[in-house]
Structures are given as structure tokens and as C-alpha cells.
Design a binder for this molecule. Structure first.
Ligand code: ATP
Length: 625
């Protein structure tokens, strides 16, 4: 990145801190930077008066007062700087973190979010201030502002020096600038090394999470892999940080050498001035002023160790942020989060783009879908065609690994098919906008998320873009069979579903499944038109499952329901059943039609029925038949 552009980016970050605090800090920095020059001038004046004073020190009272005022001002300004820095840094970093979170949330598809490079970039921009190697945009912006103030201070000290010994200015400034350039380059390398270790650092973070998380705690204890995981944390930290530490050691050694480059001319200059005093060529007052002003120039230009580290450390963060903004910055929620969605077809006959008038308007159509997970050559779905009609209950069955969940992920726009298209009311969902399309869907994933929040929040998260709607929540809870549980919870809807929170409880697998169903049904009652359930009853007892299925048959909110289940006794009541095999729909029809067809579905059903009569579980056997 060009030098100037990077610097401007850092200064641009100051806008998040507000004009008042940045203005106050700039003034404080500038005054503080000018203190060495002012004290050099005041000191020279004072010593000159003291030397000339014949009738006591009274004639030096004024310069003495001036010197004291300068010192006091320095103290006052320095005291104000720290709180101002804190304010500016926290505001900049707060705005930065909020933007990182919203960009990560805006990544529309899982393949982008799972891309290791995107994950690295997100980790890099997270800039953890608790880790001394990481610099935040706040650190960088403050350092850049301070550096500008240092140059103001250097100019002031140089002006004082010019009045007494102008030749000392280049003697001090040139080596100081060279030393600074060398250090800046070193810090660029340091920041690059840190960025290269981000992936290893992410692995260490993952293992750290495994060691600390109560959810993993069960297995970690039973399987006894705690020590092993701690070892992995250490390995990850060493792999990511050892090169940084090694370079840092070199940097400190080199900084001693660059300090010498700057110090030697200062010492020579000082010796020359001291010699002039002893020869009577100049006065002690001049010598004092030159010494103080020279030190001012030396410190202002040369002593920029901290700034270089903060500036060069923060720049990669801002660069990665700019990349993320380019990739994901455009809103995937056109019209804002509380927009009103355009109405969808309610099943009346309509005209298709090809001009034909279908007997029944398809709500959703997947045609010619082929898809392989990124980085894998083998397609999971290949030539899949499927229509989801308005208000129907469509069951999707198939053996393990035949692509049922993958089909749902494509339908939800989490991955893009490699070939084929998905349309809603004849419009390609990419044209609708994935964000807008996702608002019409409600999905219970097989690996649903258990949020450490109250029951109410766990349910209303089902639609985060409309204001919480308590009547929709109650309705969803009733349909999901959650009412019994709610009546028994210590604080009803407000009970946190996490043992780690005060008053919190943990739920059984089946109870969690009911909460998650309520979440999905809440989405339906607040606008979603397609309800997708991937194994929603795996943890439910037979009676709860039967009751739930009865309620699904009533089509909550008149939504279409897509149900994935291995329990054929459950799905037999669906309007239509499709069997996936070989990456496509192999059989399709009602239960009776598929039994008459006497294909794979009928064979699976017979096996389950036999198991049922023999008292075994009634799930599809995962072995190929
Ligand atoms: N994120 C992923 N990356 C790569 N391959 C994946 C990913 N997720 C699933 N697969 C592979 O895709 C195939 C289909 O998986 P999918 O989860 O869709 O099957 P399924 O029919 O839902 O299985 P089950 O009945 O066991 O839930 C499997 O071979 C699986 O290994």
C-alpha cells in the first residue's frame, strides 16, 4: 500500500472518535510536543538573566516564572493526554469491531465464510488488543496523530536551535530520520510475520475454545483429551508467534544500533558547543538552550519507536478490512433490515416467463442442480429437479450421505449450485437477492444452535429483522409443544437456557428440539413462506413426534413444509415423498404410490416396518440395500 494512502487511512479512522475529542487530543499532543522547545528557550533566557544578575536574583524572576509556567503546562497537558487517548482509542476500536461483526454477519454464503482465506482475514481484522502483538486501528490512528504532533515539536525545537546553532539541525535530524525509516521497515516486516501466523493462531484459538467450553467439557473429560488439547494450544501459539518473537529480539538489538547512529552526532554537537563555551566563544545560556533544543529535535524525530510499531501493526488490519468491505460490504438486505417483503405467490395459477399457463404455480423450483462442495471434485447433487408446491408437505428421504442436508443448504442460498437454478415464483433467487430470499425461509438445521439466552430470545431469534412479536411467539410455542416446558421453567419465558447463567437451566435434547421448532415456527408466523425441517423429531419421544406431525399437517401459517426424516412411519402422511439417490430424485409420489412402485422406498419401508414389529428402532438402515 502506498505510504501516503496508508497514513490517510489511519487518520481517516479518527472520524469515529468525534471532532471534539480528536481536536482536544490534537491540541494536547501539539502543546506537549512544543514543551521541549519552549522549555529550551525559557531555560536559555533564565540562565542568561542569572548570569547577568548583579543586584540579586530579582531581575531573573520573570524568566523563572516563564520557565515554571512552561513546566506546569507540560504536566497539565500530559495529565490530560491519557484519558483523551483512551476515549479516542475506544471509540475508534468500538466502531471497528461493530463493522467487523456486521461484515462477518453479512457474508451471504457458507462457502465464502468457510473459505480459509476469508476466515484468516476476519481473524486479522478482529485485532485483539489483549494480545500484545496485535495492533488495533485505534492504536494506529493515535500513533499517526502523535507522529504528526512530534514533527510539530521537532519544528519548534529546530526553530529555537536555529537561533543559536543552526548547523546542529541537519546533524541531528538526518540520522534521526534515517533511523526512523529503518525501524519503520522493520515493523512492516514484523506485521507481515504476524499476518502469516494468523492461520496457526486460529487453530490455537480453536483448541483453546475446546478446553474452556462447558459444551465440549463432557467429552473432553470422558475421553481425557484435556492435556492433549492444551498441548495443541501451545503448539499453535508457538507456530504463530515464535517467528514474531524471534524477529522482535532482532529488532531490539537493531534499535540499539540505530539509537547509536542518532546519538553519536548529538554527542559531537554537544561537545562542539561545550568546547565553544570553554573557549569563551559563546555563553553558558546559549549552551543550555542548544542542549535542550537539540535534545528536543533528537527525541521528536528519532524517538518514534512506539509509533512505528503501532502504525505498521495497524495498517494490515485496515487493509484486510478494506478487502472485506469490498467483498461483503454491499448489503445483502436491500432496503434495510425492516423492509417489507414483496408478497409471494399464494398458489393461484399464473403466467410463466415462457408464456405457458401452468395448472398450478410452483412456489419453488430447483432445476438441473449440480453441486460439489468447494475443494471436492465429487458432486453430491447432479441433475436434481424438484418442485415445492404452495402449502404442501413434502418429505425428502434417502440413505445417509445422499445429499438431503446439502439440498437444504442450497435451497437456503448458503451455497450456490455449480449448475442449474433455483426459482421462487419463476424468479431466480439470485435475482431476488439471497438475503431477501432467506427471509422467506425458515429452517431447522440438523445441527441447530443452542443459544445461551432466554427461551423468549431463543424463539424470537427466528426472525431477527422484525420487532419481537409476542403473539407469534406464543403461537409458535403452542405448535411446537413447548407450553408444558414453559410452565415448569423457574422464570417462564425469561429463563436463560444455560447453566452458566444465574437462574439458568439446561434442557434435554428433545426439549431443545421443541425450542428450535418454536424458533422456526415463529419465523413462519412473522412472514416466512417455506418451512424446512431437517430431522426435527430425532430427539422427540413417539407421542411428541406424533402430535407435532399432526400440527405440521395443518400447515402453520399456510407455509409449504419440507421435511427430511429417516422415520418413514412419520413421513408416510406427507402429501408427497421424494427419495434422493445418486444425487437426484430417484422416486417421487405419495406413500401409497411409492409402495405400489415397489422400489427403494418400499424396500426401506418394509425393513422399518419389520423392525417396528420386532421392537427395533424404525430408522432407515444406513447400509446400502
Ligand atoms: N461442508 C462440507 N464439505 C464437504 N463435504 C460435505 C460437507 N457437508 C457434507 N458433505 C458431504 O456431502 C455428502 C452429503 O452430505 P449430506 O449431509 O447432505 O447428506 P444427508 O443426506 O443429509 O446425510 P444424513 O442422512 O446422514 O444426514 C456427504 O458425502 C458429506 O460427506
Amino acid at each position: 500500500m502506498p505510504l501516503l494512502r496508508g497514513r490517510l487511512m489511519l487518520l481517516g479512522a479518527l472520524r469515529h472518535a468525534g471532532a471534539g475529542s480528536v481536536g482536544a487530543l490534537s491540541v494536547a499532543y501539539a502543546v506537549s510536543a512544543l514543551i521541549p522547545a519552549a522549555s529550551a528557550a525559557a531555560m536559555g533566557l533564565l540562565i542568561g538573566h542569572v548570569q547577568l544578575a548583579v543586584g540579586g536574583l530579582s531581575s531573573a524572576a520573570l524568566p523563572l516564572a516563564l520557565f515554571v509556567v512552561v513546566l506546569l503546562l507540560g504536566h497539565l497537558v500530559d495529565a490530560a493526554i491519557e484519558p483523551l487517548r483512551y476515549l479516542v482509542r475506544t471509540r475508534i476500536d468500538g466502531a471497528h469491531r461493530a463493522e467487523v461483526a456486521s461484515l462477518a454477519a453479512a457474508v451471504p454464503s457458507l462457502d465464502r465464510l468457510e473459505d480459509p482465506q476469508v476466515r484468516d482475514r476476519i481473524r486479522l481484522v478482529a485485532a485483539d488488543p489483549g494480545n500484545w502483538t496485535e495492533k488495533t486501528p485505534g492504536d494506529g490512528a493515535l500513533a499517526q496523530l502523535h507522529l504528526l504532533a512530534r514533527y510539530v515539536g521537532a519544528a519548534g525545537a529546530a526553530a529555537v536551535l536555529a537561533a543559536y546553532a543552526w548547523w546542529l539541525i541537519p546533524l541531528l535530524a538526518v540520522p534521526a530520520l534515517v533511523g526512523r525509516a529503518v525501524r519503520s521497515r522493520d515493523f512492516v516486516k514484523l506485521a507481515r510475520l504476524w499476518a502469516q501466523g494468523v492461520r496457526q493462531g486460529r487453530r490455537a484459538d480453536y483448541w483453546k475454545h475446546l478446553v474452556m467450553s462447558p459444551a465440549v467439557g463432557k467429552e473432553q473429560r470422558v475421553y481425557g483429551f484435556g492435556e492433549w488439547a492444551v498441548d495443541r494450544v501451545a503448539q499453535g501459539i508457538h507456530a504463530s508467534l515464535d517467528p514474531v518473537w524471534a524477529f522482535n529480539r532482532r529488532l531490539w538489538r537493531r534499535s540499539t544500533a540505530t539509537a547509536a547512529i542518532m546519538f553519536v552526532p548529538l554527542a559531537i554537537g554537544y561537545a562542539a558547543v561545550a568546547h565553544a563555551v570553554t573557549q569563551g566563544n559563546t555563553t553558558a545560556a546559549v549552551q543550555t538552550a542548544v542542549f535542550a533544543a537539540g535534545l528536543g529535535v533528537y527525541l521528536a524525530v528519532g524517538g518514534t519507536f512506539d509509533e512505528s510499531g503501532d502504525i505498521e501493526g495497524a495498517l494490515p488490519v485496515l487493509q484486510a478490512m478494506a478487502r472485506l468491505r469490498e467483498e461483503f460490504g454491499t448489503s445483502h438486505f436491500p432496503g434495510g433490515l425492516t423492509r417489507v417483503l414483496p408478497p409471494m405467490s399464494n398458489g393461484r395459477a399464473g403466467t410463466r416467463s415462457d408464456g405457458a399457463v401452468p395448472t398450478r404455480t410452483p412456489l419453488v423450483e430447483l432445476s438441473g442442480i449440480r453441486f460439489a462442495y468447494p475443494g471436492t471434485g465429487r458432486p453430491v447433487l447432479d441433475g436434481l429437479n424438484l418442485t415445492i408446491h404452495p402449502h404442501e408437505l413434502l418429505a425428502v428421504v434417502g440413505l445417509n450421505g445422499t445429499g438431503k442436508s446439502t439440498l437444504i443448504k442450497l435451497l437456503a442460498g448458503l451455497y450456490e449450485p455449480d449448475a442449474g437454478r433455483i426459482t421462487a415464483d419463476g424468479v431466480d433467487i439470485r435475482q431476488l437477492g439471497i438475503g431477501a430470499w432467506q427471509q422467506r425461509l425458515s429452517v431447522v438445521f440438523q445441527d441447530f444452535v443452542r443459544y445461551e439466552m432466554s427461551v423468549a430470545d431463543n424463539v424470537t431469534l427466528g426472525n431477527g429483522v422484525v420487532p419481537p412479536n409476542s403473539s407469534a411467539r406464543k403461537r409458535a410455542a403452542a405448535e411446537a409443544g413447548l407450553e408444558h416446558l414453559l410452565a415448569r421453567l423457574p422464570d417462564g419465558w425469561r429463563t436463560p437456557l444455560a447453566r452458566g447463567r444465574s437462574g439458568g437451566v439446561d434442557l434435554s435434547g428433545g426439549q431443545w428440539q421443541q425450542v428450535v421448532l418454536a424458533r422456526a415456527l415463529y419465523a413462519v408466523h412473522t412472514g416466512a413462506r417455506v418451512l424446512v425441517l431437517d430431522e426435527p423429531t430425532a430427539h422427540l419421544d413417539v407421542r411428541s413426534e406424533f402430535e407435532l406431525f399432526g400440527r405440521l399437517l395443518a400447515r402453520p401459517g399456510r407455509a409449504s413444509v419440507v421435511l427430511i426424516s429417516h422415520r418413514l412411519s412419520t413421513v408416510r402422511r406427507a402429501d408427497r415423498i421424494v427419495l434422493l439417490d445418486g444425487g437426484r430424485v430417484a422416486e417421487c409420489g405419495t406413500h401409497e404410490e411409492l409402495i405400489r412402485l415397489d422400489g427403494s422406498y418400499a424396500a426401506m419401508f418394509r425393513i422399518q416396518a419389520q423392525r417396528f414389529t420386532h421392537g427395533y428402532d424404525d430408522r432407515i438402515d444406513s447400509e446400502p440395500m
